[in-house]
Design a protein around this ligand. Structure first.
Ligand code: BEZ
Length: 259
């Protein structure tokens, strides 16, 4: 296997497993779309700490998990030592096997170079193989992004918007990219999935620390505290209910076949 390790995000595997288990818990529903069959060979792209990879393995398939973050792969190997996990980048991975299916949950919104990821996925599939994915779609976490931009402006940081690491395409945008590279798209939906966070009042702070590190690492400790406080105040009237934060997730789900 040819893998290029470019861990773009300094993922904290402990914070991920401790406070953000919803990422794979919601993803379990996507397994019904994958419908793994005994004997198949399946790739879990963006496997994180391996929970869904292990679920896929329960169906009697051979499964391999890849992720660009070394911290996540290390934890996945500890969690499931009987499964194979490798560090690899979605934009340029090459594996010396052809898969019956590539599965991906909550990863592709981190890949702005969607064309490169789609090309990697295409070459990894057998003819007739399927690509089953869910990720953030158009309008995802719009309120959070807006609150972050307002916070940056309020404390005089004008150039941080360029650091936005997220890609939330519409159905038409993503399915067009898939079709251009030879996939036939059989299912595509975009839906709102309001998502409650763990940890009461600290929920949105933990979320920003976990997923907003591209922004936060550019700030001093004092600026980080200010940004989080402004975001909390801005979002409270709309996303905070009965002691819990509810994030405005919108998901895109896709099934596409390599023809
Ligand atoms: C998502 O799952 O939609 C998501 C997670 C973290 C940051 C941005 C989006």
């Amino acid at each position: 296997m040819n893998s290029i390790s470019i861990p773009k995000h300094n993922w904290n595997a402990f914070l991920y497993e401790d406070k953000h288990a919803f990422v794979w818990q919601y993803g379990e529903d996507l397994l019904q779309w994958l419908n793994p069959k005994p004997g198949e060979l399946i790739l879990d792209l963006g496997c994180g700490t391996g929970q869904l990879t292990a679920k896929i393995a329960e169906s009697g398939v051979e499964v391999m998990g890849i992720d660009s973050a070394a911290t996540m792969i290390e934890k996945a190997r500890q969690n499931y030592p009987h499964l194979r996990f490798e560090i690899a980048d979605a934009r340029n991975f090459q594996i010396d096997k052809l898969f019956d299916a590539v599965f991906s949950n909550a990863t592709l919104h981190w890949i702005k170079e969607a064309d490169a990821a789609i090309a990697s996925i295409y070459q990894a599939l057998k003819p007739g193989g399927r690509f089953v994915a869910e990720f953030g779609g158009k309008g995802n976490i719009q309120a959070i992004v807006q609150a972050l931009y307002i916070a940056f402006e309020q404390i005089g940081l004008s150039n941080l918007q360029a650091l936005n690491p997220w890609y939330f395409p519409s159905i038409s945008e993503y399915t067009t990219l898939l079709e251009q590279q030879g996939f036939e798209v059989t299912h595509a939906i975009l839906f709102a999935r309001p998502t409650p966070l763990a940890d009461g009042t600290a929920g949105i702070k933990n979320w920003i620390k976990m997923f907003g590190s591209d922004f936060l690492t550019q700030l001093s400790t004092q600026e980080q505290i200010q940004v989080i406080r402004i975001v909390e105040e801005y979002l409270k009237p709309t996303l905070y209910q009965d002691g819990n934060w509810m994030v405005d997730y919108r998901r895109i789900r896709i099934v596409a076949i390599k023809v």
